[in-house]
Design a protein around this ligand. Structure first.
Ligand code: NAD
Ligand code: GLY
Length: 369
Protein backbone atom coordinates (compact mmCIF):
# COMPACT_ATOMS: atom_id res chain seq x y z
CA UNK A 1 0.00 0.00 0.00
CA UNK A 2 1.37 3.45 -0.91
CA UNK A 3 1.53 6.15 1.74
CA UNK A 4 -1.85 7.89 2.01
CA UNK A 5 -2.11 11.35 0.52
CA UNK A 6 -3.13 14.04 2.97
CA UNK A 7 -5.00 17.32 2.62
CA UNK A 8 -5.90 19.65 5.48
CA UNK A 9 -9.00 21.81 5.58
CA UNK A 10 -7.72 24.97 7.27
CA UNK A 11 -10.35 26.28 9.63
CA UNK A 12 -8.31 27.41 12.62
CA UNK A 13 -9.06 25.31 15.69
CA UNK A 14 -11.60 23.30 13.66
CA UNK A 15 -9.07 22.33 10.98
CA UNK A 16 -9.12 18.67 10.00
CA UNK A 17 -7.27 16.16 7.87
CA UNK A 18 -8.48 14.24 4.86
CA UNK A 19 -6.44 11.11 4.15
CA UNK A 20 -6.75 9.37 0.81
CA UNK A 21 -5.38 5.94 -0.08
CA UNK A 22 -6.01 2.25 -0.58
CA UNK A 23 -6.82 0.20 2.51
CA UNK A 24 -7.44 3.04 4.96
CA UNK A 25 -10.58 1.41 6.41
CA UNK A 26 -8.57 -1.44 7.90
CA UNK A 27 -6.53 1.02 9.97
CA UNK A 28 -9.31 3.52 10.70
CA UNK A 29 -9.40 2.59 14.42
CA UNK A 30 -6.06 4.12 15.30
CA UNK A 31 -6.83 7.23 13.23
CA UNK A 32 -10.17 7.72 15.01
CA UNK A 33 -8.63 6.98 18.42
CA UNK A 34 -6.11 9.72 17.66
CA UNK A 35 -8.91 12.28 18.04
CA UNK A 36 -8.78 11.54 21.76
CA UNK A 37 -11.30 11.76 24.61
CA UNK A 38 -13.84 9.37 23.07
CA UNK A 39 -16.58 8.00 25.32
CA UNK A 40 -18.02 5.75 22.62
CA UNK A 41 -18.31 5.53 18.86
CA UNK A 42 -21.55 5.07 16.96
CA UNK A 43 -21.14 3.68 13.47
CA UNK A 44 -23.85 4.85 11.05
CA UNK A 45 -24.08 2.99 7.76
CA UNK A 46 -26.60 1.25 5.50
CA UNK A 47 -27.07 -2.49 4.84
CA UNK A 48 -25.31 -2.41 1.45
CA UNK A 49 -22.16 -0.80 2.78
CA UNK A 50 -22.29 -2.65 6.09
CA UNK A 51 -22.19 -5.97 4.23
CA UNK A 52 -19.13 -4.85 2.28
CA UNK A 53 -17.06 -2.88 4.80
CA UNK A 54 -18.80 -2.92 8.19
CA UNK A 55 -16.75 -5.76 9.69
CA UNK A 56 -13.42 -4.27 8.55
CA UNK A 57 -14.31 -0.96 10.19
CA UNK A 58 -15.69 -2.50 13.39
CA UNK A 59 -12.64 -4.78 13.79
CA UNK A 60 -10.25 -1.89 13.39
CA UNK A 61 -12.22 0.36 15.76
CA UNK A 62 -12.59 -2.35 18.41
CA UNK A 63 -8.86 -3.10 18.31
CA UNK A 64 -7.92 0.53 18.88
CA UNK A 65 -6.99 1.74 22.38
CA UNK A 66 -9.50 4.20 23.78
CA UNK A 67 -12.47 2.86 21.81
CA UNK A 68 -14.91 0.64 23.63
CA UNK A 69 -15.97 -2.73 22.25
CA UNK A 70 -18.38 -3.75 20.82
CA UNK A 71 -18.95 -0.77 18.58
CA UNK A 72 -22.65 0.17 18.24
CA UNK A 73 -23.89 0.13 14.67
CA UNK A 74 -26.93 2.09 13.48
CA UNK A 75 -28.15 1.00 10.06
CA UNK A 76 -30.26 3.41 8.05
CA UNK A 77 -32.19 2.38 4.94
CA UNK A 78 -30.34 2.69 1.64
CA UNK A 79 -31.44 5.35 -0.85
CA UNK A 80 -31.98 9.06 -1.43
CA UNK A 81 -35.65 8.69 -0.47
CA UNK A 82 -34.49 7.92 3.08
CA UNK A 83 -32.58 11.18 3.39
CA UNK A 84 -35.28 12.46 5.73
CA UNK A 85 -35.88 13.83 9.20
CA UNK A 86 -37.48 10.50 10.13
CA UNK A 87 -34.16 8.75 9.45
CA UNK A 88 -32.31 11.36 11.48
CA UNK A 89 -34.74 10.84 14.36
CA UNK A 90 -33.95 7.12 14.28
CA UNK A 91 -30.26 7.97 14.79
CA UNK A 92 -31.10 10.40 17.64
CA UNK A 93 -33.03 7.66 19.40
CA UNK A 94 -30.23 5.11 19.10
CA UNK A 95 -27.60 7.58 20.31
CA UNK A 96 -29.76 8.49 23.31
CA UNK A 97 -30.68 4.85 24.07
CA UNK A 98 -26.99 3.99 24.03
CA UNK A 99 -26.38 6.68 26.62
CA UNK A 100 -24.25 8.77 24.30
CA UNK A 101 -22.69 11.88 25.80
CA UNK A 102 -20.89 14.89 24.33
CA UNK A 103 -17.69 12.85 23.94
CA UNK A 104 -19.36 10.28 21.70
CA UNK A 105 -18.17 10.21 18.08
CA UNK A 106 -20.43 9.44 15.12
CA UNK A 107 -18.76 7.58 12.27
CA UNK A 108 -20.44 7.84 8.86
CA UNK A 109 -19.56 4.86 6.68
CA UNK A 110 -21.12 5.11 3.23
CA UNK A 111 -21.94 7.42 0.37
CA UNK A 112 -23.29 10.95 0.39
CA UNK A 113 -26.67 9.96 1.80
CA UNK A 114 -25.19 8.29 4.87
CA UNK A 115 -22.72 11.18 5.27
CA UNK A 116 -25.36 13.92 5.00
CA UNK A 117 -27.83 12.18 7.33
CA UNK A 118 -25.30 11.00 9.93
CA UNK A 119 -23.56 14.39 9.76
CA UNK A 120 -26.84 16.21 10.43
CA UNK A 121 -27.69 13.87 13.30
CA UNK A 122 -24.22 14.48 14.75
CA UNK A 123 -24.60 18.24 14.28
CA UNK A 124 -27.80 18.36 16.27
CA UNK A 125 -28.04 15.54 18.82
CA UNK A 126 -26.84 16.63 22.27
CA UNK A 127 -26.08 20.01 20.61
CA UNK A 128 -23.33 18.52 18.50
CA UNK A 129 -21.08 15.46 18.46
CA UNK A 130 -17.88 14.95 16.51
CA UNK A 131 -18.31 13.14 13.21
CA UNK A 132 -15.75 11.15 11.23
CA UNK A 133 -16.44 10.57 7.55
CA UNK A 134 -15.52 7.24 5.95
CA UNK A 135 -16.80 7.93 2.41
CA UNK A 136 -17.25 4.84 0.25
CA UNK A 137 -18.59 6.26 -3.03
CA UNK A 138 -16.50 8.32 -5.42
CA UNK A 139 -18.97 11.18 -5.05
CA UNK A 140 -18.60 11.15 -1.28
CA UNK A 141 -14.80 10.93 -1.49
CA UNK A 142 -14.38 13.87 -3.85
CA UNK A 143 -17.18 16.04 -2.57
CA UNK A 144 -19.81 15.34 0.09
CA UNK A 145 -17.56 14.10 2.92
CA UNK A 146 -15.54 17.33 2.84
CA UNK A 147 -16.78 20.76 3.81
CA UNK A 148 -19.35 20.18 6.54
CA UNK A 149 -22.62 20.46 4.64
CA UNK A 150 -25.08 18.08 6.27
CA UNK A 151 -28.83 17.77 5.95
CA UNK A 152 -31.93 16.16 4.59
CA UNK A 153 -34.48 16.64 1.82
CA UNK A 154 -38.00 18.03 2.18
CA UNK A 155 -40.93 17.61 -0.21
CA UNK A 156 -40.23 21.20 -1.34
CA UNK A 157 -36.69 20.39 -2.44
CA UNK A 158 -33.24 18.88 -1.82
CA UNK A 159 -31.13 19.57 1.24
CA UNK A 160 -33.52 22.25 2.51
CA UNK A 161 -32.99 21.38 6.18
CA UNK A 162 -29.45 21.07 7.44
CA UNK A 163 -26.45 22.49 9.21
CA UNK A 164 -22.81 23.24 8.59
CA UNK A 165 -20.93 20.80 10.79
CA UNK A 166 -17.35 20.07 9.86
CA UNK A 167 -16.05 16.53 10.34
CA UNK A 168 -13.12 15.90 12.68
CA UNK A 169 -11.46 13.56 10.18
CA UNK A 170 -12.09 12.16 6.69
CA UNK A 171 -10.59 8.85 5.56
CA UNK A 172 -11.19 8.09 1.88
CA UNK A 173 -10.27 4.48 1.16
CA UNK A 174 -9.99 4.28 -2.62
CA UNK A 175 -10.22 0.45 -2.50
CA UNK A 176 -13.97 1.00 -1.92
CA UNK A 177 -14.29 2.27 -5.49
CA UNK A 178 -13.81 -1.28 -6.80
CA UNK A 179 -17.24 -2.43 -5.55
CA UNK A 180 -19.24 0.54 -6.84
CA UNK A 181 -21.65 -0.04 -9.71
CA UNK A 182 -20.61 1.55 -13.00
CA UNK A 183 -23.51 3.95 -12.68
CA UNK A 184 -22.53 5.17 -9.20
CA UNK A 185 -18.89 5.42 -10.21
CA UNK A 186 -19.73 7.61 -13.21
CA UNK A 187 -22.00 9.71 -10.99
CA UNK A 188 -18.99 10.51 -8.81
CA UNK A 189 -17.01 11.50 -11.88
CA UNK A 190 -19.60 14.23 -12.51
CA UNK A 191 -18.45 16.06 -9.36
CA UNK A 192 -14.82 15.58 -10.44
CA UNK A 193 -15.62 17.24 -13.77
CA UNK A 194 -17.41 20.02 -11.85
CA UNK A 195 -14.25 20.77 -9.87
CA UNK A 196 -12.25 20.89 -13.10
CA UNK A 197 -14.73 23.25 -14.74
CA UNK A 198 -14.86 25.72 -11.87
CA UNK A 199 -11.30 25.61 -10.58
CA UNK A 200 -8.79 23.33 -12.29
CA UNK A 201 -8.23 23.33 -16.06
CA UNK A 202 -5.43 20.75 -15.70
CA UNK A 203 -7.83 18.33 -14.00
CA UNK A 204 -10.12 18.52 -17.03
CA UNK A 205 -7.17 17.77 -19.32
CA UNK A 206 -6.13 14.86 -17.11
CA UNK A 207 -9.64 13.40 -17.33
CA UNK A 208 -9.57 13.77 -21.11
CA UNK A 209 -6.10 12.25 -21.47
CA UNK A 210 -6.57 9.41 -18.97
CA UNK A 211 -10.22 8.54 -19.59
CA UNK A 212 -9.44 4.82 -19.96
CA UNK A 213 -7.45 4.64 -16.71
CA UNK A 214 -10.17 6.61 -14.93
CA UNK A 215 -12.90 4.30 -16.22
CA UNK A 216 -10.75 1.27 -15.28
CA UNK A 217 -10.54 2.75 -11.72
CA UNK A 218 -6.75 2.57 -11.82
CA UNK A 219 -5.81 2.81 -8.10
CA UNK A 220 -2.87 5.19 -8.47
CA UNK A 221 -4.68 7.48 -10.89
CA UNK A 222 -7.81 7.53 -8.75
CA UNK A 223 -5.99 8.14 -5.45
CA UNK A 224 -4.32 11.15 -6.98
CA UNK A 225 -7.59 12.39 -8.55
CA UNK A 226 -9.51 12.01 -5.27
CA UNK A 227 -6.79 13.87 -3.33
CA UNK A 228 -6.66 16.61 -5.97
CA UNK A 229 -10.42 17.09 -5.69
CA UNK A 230 -10.25 17.16 -1.91
CA UNK A 231 -7.56 19.84 -2.17
CA UNK A 232 -9.78 21.97 -4.43
CA UNK A 233 -12.71 21.63 -2.08
CA UNK A 234 -10.57 22.18 1.02
CA UNK A 235 -9.23 25.41 -0.44
CA UNK A 236 -12.70 26.76 -1.26
CA UNK A 237 -14.16 25.70 2.11
CA UNK A 238 -11.22 27.19 4.01
CA UNK A 239 -11.91 30.55 2.36
CA UNK A 240 -15.73 30.49 2.58
CA UNK A 241 -16.95 27.86 5.00
CA UNK A 242 -20.63 28.83 5.09
CA UNK A 243 -21.15 29.76 1.46
CA UNK A 244 -21.41 33.51 1.60
CA UNK A 245 -19.64 33.93 -1.72
CA UNK A 246 -16.84 31.83 -3.23
CA UNK A 247 -18.22 28.44 -2.15
CA UNK A 248 -21.23 28.95 -4.40
CA UNK A 249 -19.00 28.01 -7.35
CA UNK A 250 -19.22 24.41 -6.13
CA UNK A 251 -22.90 24.50 -7.05
CA UNK A 252 -22.10 24.64 -10.77
CA UNK A 253 -24.65 22.41 -12.49
CA UNK A 254 -26.59 21.91 -9.25
CA UNK A 255 -29.38 24.48 -9.73
CA UNK A 256 -30.79 22.59 -12.68
CA UNK A 257 -29.54 19.24 -11.31
CA UNK A 258 -31.50 19.60 -8.07
CA UNK A 259 -34.59 20.76 -9.99
CA UNK A 260 -34.32 17.71 -12.21
CA UNK A 261 -33.98 15.34 -9.26
CA UNK A 262 -37.05 16.86 -7.64
CA UNK A 263 -39.14 16.86 -10.82
CA UNK A 264 -38.38 13.18 -11.34
CA UNK A 265 -39.12 12.27 -7.68
CA UNK A 266 -35.47 11.39 -7.01
CA UNK A 267 -36.08 8.14 -8.91
CA UNK A 268 -34.91 8.62 -12.45
CA UNK A 269 -31.42 9.98 -11.81
CA UNK A 270 -28.79 9.48 -9.18
CA UNK A 271 -27.39 12.81 -7.96
CA UNK A 272 -24.28 12.86 -10.12
CA UNK A 273 -26.29 12.11 -13.27
CA UNK A 274 -28.62 15.02 -12.57
CA UNK A 275 -25.57 17.22 -11.96
CA UNK A 276 -24.08 16.09 -15.29
CA UNK A 277 -27.21 17.16 -17.17
CA UNK A 278 -27.30 20.31 -15.04
CA UNK A 279 -23.69 21.17 -15.96
CA UNK A 280 -24.40 20.95 -19.69
CA UNK A 281 -27.52 23.06 -19.16
CA UNK A 282 -25.44 25.55 -17.14
CA UNK A 283 -22.83 25.66 -19.91
CA UNK A 284 -25.59 26.45 -22.41
CA UNK A 285 -26.86 29.22 -20.18
CA UNK A 286 -23.24 30.46 -19.95
CA UNK A 287 -23.00 30.48 -23.74
CA UNK A 288 -26.25 32.43 -23.97
CA UNK A 289 -24.92 34.94 -21.42
CA UNK A 290 -21.65 35.32 -23.37
CA UNK A 291 -19.52 33.76 -20.61
CA UNK A 292 -18.09 30.83 -22.63
CA UNK A 293 -17.92 29.75 -26.26
CA UNK A 294 -19.73 26.94 -28.06
CA UNK A 295 -16.53 24.89 -28.30
CA UNK A 296 -16.38 24.65 -24.51
CA UNK A 297 -20.00 23.48 -24.29
CA UNK A 298 -19.17 20.74 -26.82
CA UNK A 299 -15.96 19.82 -24.98
CA UNK A 300 -17.80 19.46 -21.67
CA UNK A 301 -20.58 17.42 -23.22
CA UNK A 302 -18.13 15.12 -24.93
CA UNK A 303 -16.08 14.55 -21.73
CA UNK A 304 -19.20 13.76 -19.68
CA UNK A 305 -20.41 11.44 -22.41
CA UNK A 306 -17.08 9.60 -22.50
CA UNK A 307 -17.32 9.13 -18.72
CA UNK A 308 -20.68 7.39 -19.11
CA UNK A 309 -22.85 10.29 -17.96
CA UNK A 310 -26.13 11.64 -19.38
CA UNK A 311 -25.93 15.13 -20.84
CA UNK A 312 -29.43 15.97 -22.05
CA UNK A 313 -32.69 16.83 -20.39
CA UNK A 314 -35.28 14.07 -20.64
CA UNK A 315 -37.57 14.47 -23.63
CA UNK A 316 -40.93 15.91 -22.74
CA UNK A 317 -39.80 17.62 -19.57
CA UNK A 318 -41.83 20.78 -19.14
CA UNK A 319 -39.41 23.72 -19.15
CA UNK A 320 -41.83 25.84 -17.14
CA UNK A 321 -41.73 23.15 -14.46
CA UNK A 322 -37.93 23.33 -14.49
CA UNK A 323 -38.09 27.11 -14.04
CA UNK A 324 -40.53 26.65 -11.14
CA UNK A 325 -38.38 24.00 -9.52
CA UNK A 326 -35.29 26.18 -9.93
CA UNK A 327 -37.01 28.84 -7.79
CA UNK A 328 -37.18 26.30 -4.93
CA UNK A 329 -33.41 26.09 -4.89
CA UNK A 330 -31.84 27.40 -1.68
CA UNK A 331 -29.94 29.95 -3.74
CA UNK A 332 -33.13 31.51 -5.14
CA UNK A 333 -34.57 34.82 -3.93
CA UNK A 334 -37.44 36.99 -5.14
CA UNK A 335 -35.03 38.62 -7.61
CA UNK A 336 -33.90 35.40 -9.24
CA UNK A 337 -31.28 32.71 -8.78
CA UNK A 338 -27.57 33.14 -8.20
CA UNK A 339 -26.35 31.03 -11.09
CA UNK A 340 -22.81 29.78 -11.68
CA UNK A 341 -21.68 30.49 -15.22
CA UNK A 342 -18.63 28.78 -16.70
CA UNK A 343 -16.06 30.97 -18.44
CA UNK A 344 -14.28 27.90 -19.86
CA UNK A 345 -11.94 25.38 -18.22
CA UNK A 346 -11.05 26.25 -14.64
CA UNK A 347 -12.88 29.58 -14.48
CA UNK A 348 -16.38 30.66 -13.54
CA UNK A 349 -18.44 33.56 -12.28
CA UNK A 350 -21.69 34.11 -10.40
CA UNK A 351 -24.63 35.99 -11.86
CA UNK A 352 -28.20 36.66 -10.75
CA UNK A 353 -30.50 35.22 -13.42
CA UNK A 354 -34.21 35.01 -14.05
CA UNK A 355 -35.29 31.32 -13.97
CA UNK A 356 -37.11 31.90 -17.26
CA UNK A 357 -33.75 32.70 -18.93
CA UNK A 358 -32.30 29.52 -17.49
CA UNK A 359 -35.22 27.44 -18.76
CA UNK A 360 -35.05 29.09 -22.19
CA UNK A 361 -31.34 28.33 -22.65
CA UNK A 362 -31.89 24.75 -21.51
CA UNK A 363 -34.31 24.22 -24.32
CA UNK A 364 -31.34 23.89 -26.67
CA UNK A 365 -30.29 20.71 -24.86
CA UNK A 366 -33.71 19.10 -24.61
CA UNK A 367 -33.98 17.70 -28.09
CA UNK A 368 -33.49 14.12 -29.10
CA UNK A 369 -33.13 12.48 -25.71
P1 NAD B 1 -25.52 7.22 -2.07
O1 NAD B 1 -25.04 7.60 -0.74
O2 NAD B 1 -26.98 6.97 -2.24
O3 NAD B 1 -24.70 5.94 -2.54
C1 NAD B 1 -25.01 5.37 -3.79
C2 NAD B 1 -25.25 3.86 -3.68
O4 NAD B 1 -23.99 3.21 -3.58
C3 NAD B 1 -26.05 3.45 -2.46
O5 NAD B 1 -26.91 2.41 -2.82
C4 NAD B 1 -24.97 2.94 -1.51
O6 NAD B 1 -25.46 2.01 -0.58
C5 NAD B 1 -24.00 2.31 -2.46
N1 NAD B 1 -22.61 2.24 -2.02
C6 NAD B 1 -21.94 3.11 -1.26
N2 NAD B 1 -20.64 2.78 -1.23
C7 NAD B 1 -20.50 1.66 -1.97
C8 NAD B 1 -19.39 0.85 -2.33
N3 NAD B 1 -18.15 1.16 -1.98
N4 NAD B 1 -19.62 -0.23 -3.10
C9 NAD B 1 -20.88 -0.53 -3.53
N5 NAD B 1 -21.97 0.22 -3.26
C10 NAD B 1 -21.76 1.30 -2.47
O7 NAD B 1 -25.14 8.31 -3.17
P2 NAD B 1 -23.88 9.27 -3.36
O8 NAD B 1 -23.80 9.52 -4.81
O9 NAD B 1 -22.69 8.78 -2.65
O10 NAD B 1 -24.34 10.61 -2.61
C11 NAD B 1 -25.41 11.37 -3.09
C12 NAD B 1 -25.89 12.28 -1.98
O11 NAD B 1 -24.84 13.14 -1.60
C13 NAD B 1 -27.06 13.16 -2.38
O12 NAD B 1 -28.03 13.12 -1.36
C14 NAD B 1 -26.45 14.54 -2.48
O13 NAD B 1 -27.37 15.57 -2.19
C15 NAD B 1 -25.37 14.46 -1.45
N6 NAD B 1 -24.27 15.41 -1.64
C16 NAD B 1 -23.87 16.12 -0.56
C17 NAD B 1 -22.82 17.01 -0.67
C18 NAD B 1 -22.33 17.74 0.56
O14 NAD B 1 -21.49 18.63 0.41
N7 NAD B 1 -22.78 17.38 1.72
C19 NAD B 1 -22.16 17.17 -1.89
C20 NAD B 1 -22.59 16.41 -2.98
C21 NAD B 1 -23.64 15.53 -2.85
N1 GLY C 1 -21.16 20.31 -2.87
C1 GLY C 1 -21.12 21.72 -2.77
C2 GLY C 1 -20.55 22.21 -1.49
O1 GLY C 1 -20.14 21.44 -0.65
O2 GLY C 1 -20.49 23.38 -1.27
Amino acid sequence: MNEPLQVTVQLGPRSYDIRVGEGLLSSCGSAVAGLGNISRVILVTNPTVDALYGDTVRESLEAAPGIESPVATVEIADGEEHKTLATVEGIYDRVLELGGDRNAVVIALGGGVVGDVAGFAAATVLRGLRVVMLPTTLLAQVDSSVGGKTGVNRPQGKNLVGAFHQPSLVLADTACLSTLSGREYSAGLAEVVKHGVVADAELLELLEQKTDAVLARDPAVMSSIVARNCAIKADVVSRDETENGLRRILNFGHTVGHALERLTDYKRYVHGEAVSIGMVAAARVSLQQGACDAAFVERLESLLDSLGLPTSLPAGLDREAVAGAVMHDKKASGDGVVFILTEGAGSCRQQLLDPADIAAAMGDSAAGV
